[in-house]
Design a protein. Sequence first.
Length: 341
Amino acid sequence: MKREAFQVKNYVLFGVLTLAVFIVCVGAGSVSIPPATTAEVLWSGLTGQPQPEGMAGPIILSSRLPRVICAALVGASLSIGGGAMQGLLKNPLADGTTLGVSSGASLGAILAMTLGITIPGLPFGGTMVMAMLFAFISLIIILSLAYRLDYSLSTNTIILLGVIYSMFAASVNALLVSFAGEQVKDITFWLMGSLAGSSYINAAALAVMSLVCCGVLLRYSRELNAFAIGEDNARHVGVDVRRVKLTVLIAVAALIGVCVSVSGTIGFVGLVTPHMVRMIVGPNHKRLLPGTLFSGACFLMLTDLVARTILSPRELPIGVITSLIGAILFLAIFFRMRKGR
């Protein structure tokens, strides 16, 4: 009973912190809007009441709100994907990009941008569909090769093939960029990660995919606890290892595909955030995965805020900021773990 009360308290704290970060990030920018006014605009938008006078309403509802929502959803999705992968593969260096799916999704998106593939009436629709399609194609290729080499689909085989496939996809990406012509600048900026131009359509696509796939990953929290000890242990306690592994991998691939299609390639979020949350709530995935959802959302919202304000009016690629912060945090976590050991 006490443990359940402690968990509820933690979730409430995570939720309040996420809401506070959300309001701050929506209000901050080249034109600073006080938190009270930001909250009033958001509440008026939700309830359909008249907006307060001034430019706060148009600035927040037309530009900042969809971008911050996308940042929160991408951060939450990448983080829970990384936490699930670390438990599934029993590897602290694993995240959603370990499978090479992120590189495959980037390949699909760059193909769409280079060839001008679009869907009428759906901004970024061609990029999104191609990124998700190539994410699944990448997963099928990697799992098929792994199955041919190792029927049990061992984690070492999957990781090795994922690294090899990532190298291959990166080479093809570089080749496509060399032939991109006038689109080189846009593609390069997108490869470094960017949430500029995010729309409510992007947010809706992210929300639907996150709701489905994150729900699947949370459903398998108990099985991931068994995997974290070892696959043999998971079999002994009655877990269908191959089915659970395939389901989790497919859910993570879908999350990565839709995230890459909206924000480009953003590194370190799925790697560092689960480690930080694990230090707070422990290794139990029933607490870890929900914690990574909130923490990942906060991390990417704040990172996006830094990217668009630190050199305002110039905007930095968000992937550069996450990589710098993530590398420092990961080194700090690594040395702390070594010191504790």
